[in-house]
Design a protein around this ligand. Structure first.
Ligand code: FE
Ligand code: FE
Ligand code: FE
Length: 169
């Protein structure tokens, strides 16, 4: 049977998807900070954890704009990406390549978020949700900035360090 679903439903479902994802990310970032070896990596993960709290609040504001209850919808994609991060924590524990691996996991998370926020902004514009657009754009800017910072961290320290077989004293 054909259903009456429209772009409005897609927008709400995707909002629930990223809301679920952000909540999972909020829990994962302190674990990544604890696992990371360098102080810079730790600080980077913790700073983005604090930003993520604000991102969750912005999403709650978007639910409010829509007049919908704040609800998450299980996102299997973020579950898989975060599970890969956990795998790196276990398999690379104590190795020089740990931080490079953790940063790569964090970047996979950021890229998922960038894809989601990009599409939500496009749909919010299409649907005339003018008040939602700046909220989503503010978060997208933070995700993009985080991704850039992670790239710099990887190039400047984690990747070169990861090439060595033993930890520098
Ligand atoms: Fe986020
Ligand atoms: Fe998802
Ligand atoms: Fe993020």
């Amino acid at each position: 049977m054909a259903t009456e679903k429209t772009l409005n439903d897609l927008f709400l479902d995707t909002l629930k998807d990223i809301y679920f994802a952000e909540k999972q990310i909020l829990k994962a970032l302190p674990k990544m900070a604890r696992a990371a070896q360098s102080e810079e990596s730790k600080a980077g993960f913790l700073q983005h954890r604090d930003e993520t709290e604000g991102q969750i609040e912005r999403l709650e504001q978007v639910f409010e704009i829509l007049g919908k209850a704040v609800r998450g919808k299980t996102c299997e994609a973020i579950g898989g990406i975060l599970a890969e991060g956990e795998e790196i924590m276990e398999e690379y524990k104590g190795s020089t390549a740990l931080d490079a691996g953790l940063i790569s996991s964090a970047q996979a998370v950021e890229h998922y978020e960038i894809a989601r926020y990009g599409i939500l902004i496009a749909w919010a514009n299409q649907l005339g949700l003018a008040d939602a657009v700046p909220l989503l754009q503010a978060t997208l800017a933070e995700e993009v900035a985080t991704d850039k910072k992670l790239t710099q961290l990887a190039h400047a320290s984690a990747n070169p360090k990861g090439k060595a077989k033993t930890q520098a004293a």
